[in-house]
Design a protein around this ligand. Structure first.
Ligand code: F6R
Length: 624
């Protein structure tokens, strides 16, 4: 999420930066800006709320004089609504130090509070601005008198100030910083957010991904977590956060720029499937611990009194977000808070029986889905309070809701939702655990078990993704099938629904998701010889029943593809197996959906469908 560019060299920085931002727009597009040090060592800062084309026009009308060093940014809002004030680059109190940042600073409120007390004036609502004031503060403590100092003498001081500022940060960041007093160097740093350095002829580049500079150079160095780069026009030096000098050899990039935007993947959907370990991490980041801390309360402003007062939860959403809601229902009920779920489009009548005892959870990636927005209005009219789970800062839903929990998954470009789904489910676990702790429905020791296991989920997703080739092979065997059934029970029943939805929307094949126990009440009649049935049969209190349902399907000729874990496998007799790592049953949807997303993707690929833009669908459905 968010795109960073940086350039220092013999070309006009404005052109290089804006060209790079256009290529990075897929990473975020709600606002953007550039900061360039002009020929007189003054700062040229231009920002717009909107797309890079608007920034391009603004810069063209009032071009920078000189200017061969600068940084740029295209934003996908995480803290603060999309607006010019919140757009990057951000400056310190004196408009001398300037920063662009991608990621989330977990402890920014704490730092901001301290800096405000020492007189720093903040101009935005972002976490990013905190970093630049922190660098300013560190420069002060290094006692530099920059007024008469030569720029090259200031370089070590600037480096040290940035290094010390970074040491105070918790969270994820890729950042680039410039200082008007020190115009021959850009500092760049990475911690859990990608950042690449491009090594060119006559100048060097910085970018969140190489697509931004491939036009100029194919030689790149990818910074590792915990590394800083001092980027100058003739050379780049690399350091650890502790200040130790490092060596890096550049790699030669073989991709063209379109491939690079997709991270080398053929489709955004596949890229987004692979980004899911990060989606879960981003949704969890800083929100689970300390258990009884007020991290979440501070962030969403949902008073503990409300959490204690409410009698039940009503979830409303559409499509994939509705499936996340179904998972959420089991999760809340697991922690003893009654919950129900409705399609937002079917909620009208139920809204009448809602009152302030019910907390509405509206789930929407875009925050613009008309059905969900309408349902929220109706619920509010009945006196209910609304919390939104959304991926989109500043969306209509965030303005309609009383409280907001962001999923922080970054822009989802593929029309079929994947990483946002993971973020939505993760947000359900975060909220339900938080509620359970506050309401005293769970012992701290038990809550810690869930927290520890949740924190392991990103690695389990990575392990699942590593099994991609097996899924590709199985999908190849069934690419010609005209019907698919997806079955499971309990908390994986919504995952069966999601598996069927994915294949319907991107591969245009008929598919049904069913509660495995319901099959015998009708749909089993659909099964005949060779019909593929995907059964989620990971370790569960229901496993024996699922095994029985699989036998019933096989007896009617079904070819069963079973999603199993290392323990459940021996209990399931299937034609094909997809083995996923074992986790707690309640958390297993986060892992089990991955093979189904990949399966749908590979079927659609074999059928040569337009995967990122399936026919008849739109990313955001703004009509009812
Ligand atoms: C399916 C899909 C849709 C959306 C639904 C709600 O892959 O993307 O079903 O989930 O249209 O969209 P949001 O979450 O934006 O409200």
């Amino acid at each position: 999420m968010c795109g960073i560019t940086g350039y220092i060299g013999d070309k006009k920085a404005a052109e290089v930066l804006i060209d790079g931002l256009k290529r990075l727009e897929y990473r975020g597009y709600d606002s953007c800006g550039v900061a360039i040090i002009n020929g007189k060592n003054e700062l040229y800062l231009r920002r717009v709320s909107g797309r890079v084309d608007a920034l391009d026009e603004l810069v063209a009308k009032d071009p920078v004089k000189g200017g061969f060093v600068g940084i740029g940014h295209t934003r996908w809002a995480t803290h603060g609504v999309p607006s010019e004030d919140n757009a990057h680059p951000h400056t310190d109190c004196n408009n001398q130090v300037v920063i662009v940042h991608n990621g989330i600073i977990e402890n920014y409120l704490e730092i901001k509070e301290k800096l405000s007390k020492t007189g720093h004036k903040f101009k935005s609502e972002t976490d990013t601005e905190t970093i630049v004031h922190l660098v300013e503060e560190k420069l002060k403590t290094l006692h530099v008198s920059a007024a008469n100092a030569r720029a090259d003498m200031l370089e070590p001081v600037f480096f040290e100030a940035v290094r010390r500022a970074i040491a105070d940060l918790k969270g994820s960041f890729a950042l680039s910083v410039i200082w008007a007093k020190c115009p021959n160097m850009i500092l760049a740093a990475r911690q859990h957010s990608p950042l690449a350095i491009g090594l060119g002829e006559g100048g060097n580049f910085i970018a969140s991904d190489v697509s931004a500079f491939l036009k100029y150079t194919k030689k790149a160095v990818f910074l590792n977590d915990g590394e800083l780069a001092a980027v100058k026009a003739p050379s780049v030096s690399y350091f650890s956060f502790q200040g130790k000098k490092l060596d890096h050899s550049p790699v030669t990039i073989q991709w063209d720029s379109t491939m690079a935007e997709k991270g080398g993947y053929k489709h955004f959907m596949l890229k987004e499937i692979h980004e899911q370990p990060g989606s879960v991490e981003n949704t969890l980041r800083g929100r689970l611990l300390p258990l009884k801390g007020d991290v979440l309360e501070k962030e969403i402003n949902l008073p503990t009194a409300v959490i204690r007062e409410i009698k039940n939860v009503q979830i409303i959403a559409c499509g994939t977000a509705y499936h996340a809601g179904l998972v959420g229902r089991y999760v809340f009920e697991n922690f003893a808070l009654p919950a129900s779920v409705d399609f937002a489009s079917e909620f009208s009548d139920r809204a009448k029986i809602i009152n302030k005892d019910t907390l509405i959870i509206a789930v929407s990636q875009s925050g613009e889905t008309a059905d969900t927005l309408h349902a929220v209005k109706e619920a509010k009219a009945s006196g209910a309070r609304v919390i939104a789970i959304t991926n989109t800062v500043g969306s209509t839903l965030t303005r309609e809701a009383d409280y907001v929990l962001y999923t922080h998954c970054g822009p989802e470009i593929g029309v079929a939702s994947t990483k946002a789904f993971l973020g939505q489910m993760t947000a359900m676990y975060v909220l339900a655990l938080h509620f359970a702790v506050i309401r005293g429905n769970i012992f701290d020791t038990d809550a810690r078990i869930y927290v520890d296991e949740l924190l392991k989920i990103p690695r389990l997703i990575e392990a699942t993704l590593a099994g991609e080739d097996n899924i590709l092979k199985i999908a190849g065997d069934f690419a010609g099938s005209e019907h698919f059934l997806f079955i499971s029970r309990y908390i994986n029943f919504p995952i069966a629904l999601e598996g069927a939805l994915k294949i319907k929307e991107i591969a245009y094949v008929h598919a049904e998701g069913y509660a495995a126990g319901e099959m015998k009440h009708g749909p089993i009649a659909l099964i005949d010889k060779g019909m593929p049935v995907l059964a989620i049969a990971t370790s569960s209190k229901m496993l024996q029943l699922v095994a029985g349902n699989i036998e019933e399907a096989k007896a009617r000729g079904a070819e069963v593809i079973a999603i199993v874990d290392e323990d459940s496998r021996e209990h399931i007799k299937a034609s094909k197996y997809i083995v996923v790592p074992k986790t707690l049953e309640i958390l297993s949807p986060l892992v089990n959906v991955i093979p189904l997303q990949l399966f749908a993707y590979f079927i659609a690929l074999a059928k040569k469908c337009d995967i990122d833009k399936p026919r008849n669908l739109a990313k955001s459905v703004t009509v009812r």
